[in-house]
Design a protein around this ligand. Structure first.
Ligand SMILES: C[S@@+](CC[C@H](N)C(=O)[O-])C[C@H]1O[C@@H](n2cnc3c(N)ncnc32)[C@H](O)[C@@H]1O
Length: 511
């Protein structure tokens, strides 16, 4: 039997994650902040889509034609099952990168995204992807790519090697990957308990191991136990992508666009002295101890003039996705917590609290007596987006065209929520992306769609679903005993759902 995995962990499925950075709509505020022209939205591709939540939600929620591959057949099967639930679903394959990238029936792409891939594949596969980007990313097209970054992983590299050696050499023959992960973690604990010099010289690793201990084992298997695992410096990344004629555009992490949040004035002054953009990014990664970068790159970046910037920014649309009361007036950066300027943020939040979609120009006009400069408004919208208070929104025609598709996909996701809580997302035609929603709120939506009108009825409906499967609600780590206790907890959650979430979800076209 041929080994199709190439050393990649394939015997446990990957988690059901959704990544908003893979939504081309989200790239726009970031690219504009770097003064760069926006890509068109014709065709997009996700390499290594995992369980395919992002690829499906993005295909359902936009007019973009999505393609993608992931060589794990179980994951490709699940992703394909989602894709079949709505008309015009993404074209998803179970091919290796080498097979998929050699296809001659793919269009050229305006957007190509890879999340959590680059650091976990072989040099050969990285070369396949760079060649694909060279041939298939259109001029002006955007690449989203995330990767483990040096110097943030420096001290962890030998620890990961040791964990892997343990898994390879000491795990009992036939032990599954999860057992190998458990064994390796138990060994690391034992090693740290005897206080080796490495632990004394790298005290931060004990904290890291503690965090790892609490993580999902399937995730850990994919993160640490592949044959390939290469944290890369920014300079090496830039060199790797150079043959594809792709240049760094900007960080996809919106808060990185506010350098004051992550660096001191002295650090910023030192960075300002550096003329080379690649060297500046490499040095920045030392300033913030970067471990994971999420970046946008562009083939043939085109700078906007100030008028183009203002016009294009004003045309972007945003919507409030969180309940107004839940939005705190602080933001966390590398240097600690910063307080949001009341005079800028409060009027924006108050205006947007009705969950209506507004253009940036419209917000600027509505808040004119607050005299918020356009650049400050732009920055505030990015901060509020990173805080998951606001999100970029599509135009009305795209929303109307996407709604039947997101309804169809959500029907499948909601139906699935009856039996399990693995997928904490629903598709929004307004966002062209996902809203985060855990199992019980999803089931409350199902109750509403079944004609139930009040929180009491929603709670009773959900109780029937979980009771029928012998499940009960776990609260503070303990299962609640008896129907009444379960109903009371569901009623509390349903009441909060009705008062806090429902209006926002309706505005986002989720129901
Ligand atoms: C760490 S997971 C990330 C999945 C997904 N992008 C996410 O973030 O949820 C890496 C994915 O890449 C896929 N993969 C790894 N090597 C591959 C290859 N050579 N060809 C195709 N898919 C590959 C794996 O099956 C896995 O689903």
């Amino acid at each position: 039997m041929t080994d199709w995995t190439g050393g990649y962990v394939a015997d446990v499925g990957y988690t059901y994650g959704y990544y908003g950075e893979l939504n081309p709509l989200r790239a726009r505020l970031a690219l504009l902040s770097a003064n760069l022209a926006l890509p068109k939205s014709g065709a997009a591709c996700e390499l290594g889509f995992g369980q395919g939540i992002s690829a499906n939600v993005h295909a359902a929620g936009s007019g973009t034609r999505w393609y993608g591959t992931d060589f794990n057949p179980a994951q490709a099967n699940f992703a394909g099952h989602l894709a079949e639930s709505f008309s015009g679903g993404p074209q998803l394959f179970d091919q290796s990168f080498a097979e998929f990238c050699a296809r001659d029936d793919l269009p050229d792409f305006d957007f190509i995204g890879l999340h959590g891939i680059w650091s976990w594949i072989s040099d050969d596969n990285r070369a396949v992807i760079v060649d694909f980007l060279r041939r298939k990313l259109k001029v002006g097209g955007v690449l989203y790519i995330s990767y483990n970054t040096q110097p943030g992983w420096a001290a962890m590299v030998p620890v990961r090697d040791l964990l892997n050696q343990h898994a390879d050499m000491l795990a009992p023959a036939g032990a599954g990957v999860v057992a190998r992960v458990e064994g390796a973690l138990a060994f690391a604990k034992k090693l740290w308990a005897v206080n080796p010099a490495f632990a004394r010289n790298n005290p931060q690793i004990a904290e890291r191991l503690k965090k790892i201990e609490a993580m999902d084992r399937n995730y850990l298997a994919h993160e640490y136990f592949n044959r390939d695992w290469v944290p890369m410096s920014f300079a090496d990344m830039a060199a790797a992508l150079a043959p594809a004629k792709i240049d760094f555009a900007c960080s996809a992490t919106y808060l990185d666009h506010l350098p004051n949040l992550g660096m001191t004035q002295e650090q910023l002054a030192l960075l300002d002295e550096l003329p080379d953009p690649v060297f500046r990014q490499s040095t920045r990664d030392f300033m913030v101890g970067q471990q994971f970068r999420r970046d946008y790159w562009v083939k043939g970046a085109r700078k906007l003039n100030p008028l183009e910037y203002r016009e294009q920014l004003r045309a972007q649309r945003v919507v409030m996705v969180a309940p107004r009361d839940s939005v705190t007036m602080t933001v966390k950066g590398v240097l600690g917590e910063a307080t949001l300027t009341d005079a800028i943020y409060r009027p924006i939040l108050d205006l947007m609290s009705d969950h209506q979609v507004r253009g940036v120009g419209e917000i600027e006009h509505a808040l004119r007596e607050h005299a918020i400069p356009l650049a400050s408004l732009h920055q505030a919208l990015m901060v509020l987006t990173e805080k998951a208070a606001l999100a970029p929104a599509h135009d009305e025609a795209t929303i109307a065209a996407a709604r039947p598709r997101t309804d169809q996909l959500n029907r499948l996701l909601l139906d699935r929520a009856r039996g399990s809580g693995e997928i904490n997302y629903l598709a929004s035609p307004v966002l062209g992306g996902a809203v985060t929603l855990t199992r019980f709120p999803q089931l409350f939506i199902l109750a509403i769609q079944a004609g139930k009108a009040s929180p009491e009825e929603w709670a009773a409906y959900v109780l029937q679903i979980i009771k029928g499967q012998g499940q009960s609600i776990v609260k503070d780590g303990k299962p609640l005993q008896g129907d009444q206790a379960n109903f009371d907890e569901l009623l509390a959650q349903a009441t909060e759902f009705g008062s806090q979430r429902l209006a926002g979800l309706r505005a986002l076209g989720v129901l």
